[in-house]
Design a protein around this ligand. Structure first.
Ligand SMILES: Cc1cc2nc3c(=O)[nH]c(=O)nc-3n(C[C@H](O)[C@H](O)[C@H](O)COP(=O)(O)OP(=O)(O)OC[C@H]3O[C@@H](n4cnc5c(N)ncnc54)[C@H](O)[C@@H]3O)c2cc1C
Length: 380
């Protein structure tokens, strides 16, 4: 067992850190307050190879593994979650295309992503179907050589800026098995009947675009079916196994940011004639944060390493995702507490960290769903 990163992986970490520190801090507060993002930063990230890193070389990516994606994710989220998230989710869905797309679809939909010529979105959640994705009711009815799509999707990352959206639709609503009713259909955002409404007022990751999507008699050719008709649910579960690992790395990154802010602030701020960091009560908290972050990172690395070696371990992945979300929220809370009243102001990065961290416990499987997966395995 080797716990050391390779020289190439160290270089990736260094490059990601330098890029994030060079580009994010000056704009982070503005994007957070305005709920906006400057896609010129995404273009630069593409030029440096940070987008679609694990897309295979034949489709223009770097062909790197999930571990490398996690390394970059941690560095980006340690500097700013909103900007880091906005950049790295622009290729959300690439794994689904890679796993289930035809050769033609891979060339068409994957090749624009690493070069900054396309943005994807993955639309699963609906107003009445969140954790229970099997209830997704957007329909895709086959009419000759077209699908006719109707429905609403909620909370879709990049929904407002995506060039094409991978939509989880019911194609066989009458199937007796609710896990055999869905399929994935690619919808180009310039199709008639498609509408995206940007959602405002999010608690955190406010630079990251999120939208409600409506599909009103949207027509796409049947060649836009991705994967096997009726097999969308199990394709989604396989996709989540891949996407949840980098989400867990987001938790590690933001928890690390919280610790870094806490160390910086408590060594500078004096009360009772000494730095806050000289109090044992503060030191114990810092020590606990550092230990939890390391434990979460080890879970992430193990899950990513196994996935890169062809072993998908959904229980380990859920553990990594649940635990990193938990420690992200906890570390952010402790770090803000150590800032006292100043932490309550958005001029202090720790306030944003506190708000941004929560998302790790919500999207791509809430913390309860992750624990359901872990417990189900224990009890089966
Ligand atoms: C910023 C943001 C970005 C997002 N991006 C995307 C995206 O790109 N694509 C996409 O499809 N979706 C996206 N989502 C949606 C996200 O995945 C859902 O919000 C999440 O899956 C939960 O669904 P819900 O909000 O409908 O909550 P619900 O399913 O209504 O759950 C509410 C609460 O009940 C709990 N609960 C539900 N069922 C159980 C159970 N069986 N046992 C115990 N507790 C349970 C949940 O854990 C949660 O705490 C995004 C959400 C946000 C906020």
């Amino acid at each position: 067992m080797d716990f050391e990163l390779s020289k190439e992986q160290h270089d990736i970490v260094q490059a990601a850190r330098e890029f994030a520190l060079g580009e994010f801090p000056d704009r982070a507060l503005e994007f957070d307050r305005e709920e906006t993002f400057d896609y010129a930063i995404w273009k630069k990230a593409c030029e440096l190879g940070f987008v679609g890193m694990n897309i295979r070389e034949e489709y223009g990516g770097a062909g790197l593994g999930l571990l490398e994606v996690c390394l970059v994710m941690e560095e980006f989220w340690a500097v700013d979650a909103g900007i880091g998230g906005a950049i790295l989710t622009t290729s959300f869905g690439a794994d689904l295309i890679d796993m289930f797309g035809t050769e033609e679809q891979k060339i068409k939909y994957l090749t624009p992503l690493p070069v900054g010529k396309g943005i994807t979105a993955g639309a699963i959640t609906e107003p009445d179907a969140g954790c229970d994705v099997s209830m997704a009711s957007t329909t895709a009815v086959k009419e000759k050589d077209e699908y006719l799509i109707n429905g609403t999707k909620m909370f879709i990352s990049n929904g407002d800026v995506a060039d094409y959206i991978l939509v989880f639709c019911q194609t066989e609503p009458k199937h007796s098995d609710k896990h055999k009713r869905h399929s994935w259909i690619v919808v180009e955002s310039d199709r008639k009947g498609f509408e995206a409404n940007k959602l405002r007022g999010k608690l955190g990751i406010r630079a990251h675009d999120t939208a409600e999507l409506t599909f009103t008699n949207v027509r796409v050719p049947t060649s836009n079916l991705l994967g096997e008709e009726g097999n969308g649910f199990s394709e989604l579960m396989a996709f989540f196994n891949k996407t949840r690992i980098p989400i867990a790395a987001q938790g590690v990154g933001i928890a690390r940011a919280a610790l870094e802010e806490a160390v910086k602030y408590t060594t500078k701020r004096h009360q009772f004639g000494q730095p806050l960091s000289s109090f044992q009560g503060i030191q114990f908290k810092l020590a606990e944060m550092a230990t939890k972050i390391r434990a979460a990172r080890n879970l992430v690395y193990e899950a990513a390493w196994k996935a890169d070696h062809g072993v998908m371990d959904p229980v380990l992945i859920s553990m990594a995702k649940w635990f990193s979300g938990k420690i992200a929220v906890k570390c952010a809370d402790e770090a803000l507490q150590m800032h006292g009243g100043y932490g309550y102001l958005d001029e202090y990065k720790v306030q944003r960290i506190y708000r941004d961290a929560k998302i790790v416990e919500i999207y791509e499987g809430t913390k309860e769903i992750e624990k359901n997966i872990i417990a189900r395995n224990l009890l089966s």
